[in-house]
Ligand binder design. Structure first.
Ligand SMILES: Nc1ncnc2c1ncn2[C@@H]1O[C@H](COP(=O)(O)OP(=O)(O)OP(=O)(O)O)[C@@H](O)[C@H]1O
Ligand SMILES: [Mg+2]
Length: 374
């Protein structure tokens, strides 16, 4: 799919944006703090996911304005479509979202309509950083493929929070340990389901990422990606998340109860799992060089775009925020050549020389598109 026209007004510092996007590459070029990332964020918002910057809804509206409006016209395999997204003060919770002129109840109803993959400089540290970031990566990716997965994640989080509060109360004698039973049972079923989905996603990721990593390292290095569960020894061929998997999860929770009460939080479960990458057999988190870790991050994102393409039969739109400038020329070429059949939005401070007919460059200054770099 590709965006044909993008209008943004009142979103953060952006005003009167109206661009006819190129089907291939769109470079958004400007100095620091001019609104490049804001533009990427506005597109991402229309994909139905939460802001990748964790911005709060109220902070999305320009400080001096009462509302913002984003209009994305795009085309998928079948038809031209249009998303209108409007938020107005003071009822921030009241989102006015339309798809092809029809009002939607929630931003999550936009899910799967405008499919994007966003890549920011923070993503480059995914294999070195905290496990939380890697879990978030799989969760966002997997939920782009399976919308219902998001609800399960949300429910699990709620239960985890409740259970952790209870653990603290048990610790100070305000509650009794058997009150945990009801949470543990729900947690076991949801946690088993999350494990199945994450494992399945990791398997797909491994296939694509392995091939891409082989290419980026010119056949010199081998990448293997594994899902490391804190509950299950082996997740291969396991799918009975309501039955025997949930029983096993429950047993593990029961066995760690004593430790959990002592710690005041839940010490095992999907909230402690990790995605582990090995390069030539060595754990990338511990032994990977900076260059290797960057390459892993790149191939993860490209692999995810391929998975989305395969699953949805639609080419996702790639949003590269300030990433190319962080890469050497060889890696830049690698990224662009691997996504050559997808529409790309690239932000950067320095002009990128595009080959003829490869795309357009838009210059941005103080939240507005200007004709030339001034
Ligand atoms: N609600 C808001 N109202 C007005 N301005 C805002 C709002 N939120 C953020 N901004 C401003 O938007 C400006 C541009 O931010 P943005 O992150 O898009 O810059 P950028 O062009 O990506 O810069 P960099 O090259 O440093 O990444 C910032 O100066 C910020 O203060
Ligand atoms: Mg930026």
């Amino acid at each position: 799919m590709f965006i044909s026209n993008l209008k943004i007004d009142g979103f953060k510092n952006l005003s009167s944006i109206n661009i006819d996007a190129d089907k291939r590459i769109n470079v958004i070029c400007g100095d620091n703090a001019q609104g490049k990332t804001n533009l990427i964020e506005a597109i991402w918002l229309c994909s139905g996911l939460r802001s990748f910057r964790n911005s709060k809804d109220k902070d999305l509206i320009n400080l001096d304005k009462q509302s913002f409006k984003i209009e994305v016209s795009f085309k998928n395999n079948f038809r031209n479509q249009k998303i209108e997204y409007r938020l107005a003060k003071p009822n921030i919770k009241d989102k006015h979202i339309k798809l092809n002129g029809v009002s939607l109840k929630n931003s999550s109803d936009l899910f799967g309509k405008l499919c994007c993959v966003v890549f920011t400089p923070e993503d480059l540290f995914i294999s070195k950083g905290f496990p939380e970031n890697r879990r978030k990566f799989i969760d966002v990716c997997a939920s782009q493929i399976k919308n219902s997965y998001r609800k399960v994640l949300f429910q699990y989080d709620e239960i985890l929070n409740q259970r952790n509060v209870l653990l603290k109360n048990i610790g100070i004698g305000k509650s009794s340990a058997d009150e945990l039973d009801v949470w543990d049972e729900q947690m076991s079923r949801l946690g088993s389901y999350i494990s199945v989905i994450r494992y399945a996603y990791t398997k797909k990721l491994n296939i694509f990422a392995k091939k891409l990593y082989n290419e980026i390292s010119h056949g010199k290095e081998n990448l293997d990606v594994f899902y490391k569960s804190t509950v299950f020894e082996d997740l291969e061929n396991r799918s009975d998340y309501k039955g025997e998997m949930a029983d096993e999860y429950l047993l593990k929770l029961r066995n760690s109860r004593h430790e959990d009460i002592k710690a005041g939080f839940t010490t095992i479960g999907v909230q402690r799992d990790d995605l582990i990458s090995f390069i030539n057999g060595l754990n990338c988190r511990e032994f990977g060089s900076q260059g290797q870790c960057r390459s892993v991050a790149l191939v993860f994102k490209i692999a995810h775009a391929y998975i989305l393409f395969e699953e949805t039969k639609e080419a996702p739109i790639i949003l590269l925020d300030d990433v190319l400038s962080e890469l050497d020329a060889k890696r830049q070429d690698f990224v662009l050549s691997r996504i050559s059949d997808m529409q790309v939005f690239i932000t950067c401070c320095e002009d990128i020389k595009l080959q003829e007919n490869m795309g357009k460059t838009f210059y941005i200054k103080s939240g507005k598109i200007i004709n030339n770099k001034q």
